[in-house]
Design a protein around this ligand. Structure first.
Ligand code: FES
Length: 213
């Protein structure tokens, strides 16, 4: 089976993030995706399923690498972006291709409403569920002959209906997906540890508050 989470062409009654998470979780549980899921630093699966925060050891993510962890049943993508990728995110040639380059639609916490959609520019933290119908976008960080578009600058490609996102999860214009990939609540415990499920001090963002609910 491919990485499709649901049948191409199917239409949802409404675009509901919780519904998309359930679909993605089913695909993950069935082994329908090729992502290398890693265990978070917290060992208890039932605790994670209950929605407890999870910690990620950033020292295990090489520059340019993505890891995927599950939080509340949804795949969380954490990418250690290269300096070249960060430069690309700011280039006008890319920005003009995007639907919401300034993250004006509420799909992220206030502390990720910036050009890199994150707290620290090098680390992307995204919900890895296509905002069209819930497929699982593929990580394609660099140009290569199999990339989905001419002059592909690196990003995410959804194989179900061809939606494209950049390496900040910003969706391209003219594709089926309507929104940028959501950003979950998270914070840095220290230089090395990233915690998904908790906001920085003074912030109150909830993933359930995003537009795609
Ligand atoms: S689910 Fe349709 S493009 Fe991603």
């Amino acid at each position: 089976m491919s990485s499709h989470a649901i049948s191409p062409g199917a239409e949802p009654k409404r675009r509901d993030l919780l519904g998309l998470i359930a679909i993605a979780g089913t695909a993950i549980g069935a082994g329908a995706i090729a992502w290398p899921l890693i265990d978070s630093m917290n060992p208890s699966a039932d605790v994670i399923a209950a929605g407890a925060p999870i910690d990620i050891d950033l020292s295990k993510i090489a520059v340019g690498q993505q890891i995927v962890v599950l939080w509340r049943g949804a795949p969380m993508l954490i990418v250690n972006r290269t300096p070249a990728a960060l430069k690309t995110l700011q280039e006008p040639a890319l920005i003009k291709l995007l639907s919401d380059p300034g993250s004006t639609v509420h799909q992220q916490p206030p502390y990720a409403e910036n050009w890199h959609r994150s707290i620290r520019p090098e680390y992307a933290v995204l919900v890895g569920i296509c905002t069209h119908l819930g497929c699982l976008p593929a990580y394609m960080p660099a140009p290569d002959p199999s990339t989905p578009a001419p002059n592909w600058p690196g990003g995410y490609f959804c194989p179900c209906h061809g939606s494209k996102y950049d390496l900040a999860g910003r969706v391209y214009s003219g594709v089926p997906a309507p929104y940028n990939l959501p950003v979950p609540p998270y914070r840095f415990v220290d230089e090395k540890i990233l915690r998904i499920g908790e906001n920085p001090t003074g912030e109150t963002f909830e993933l359930t508050s995003v537009v795609q609910m």
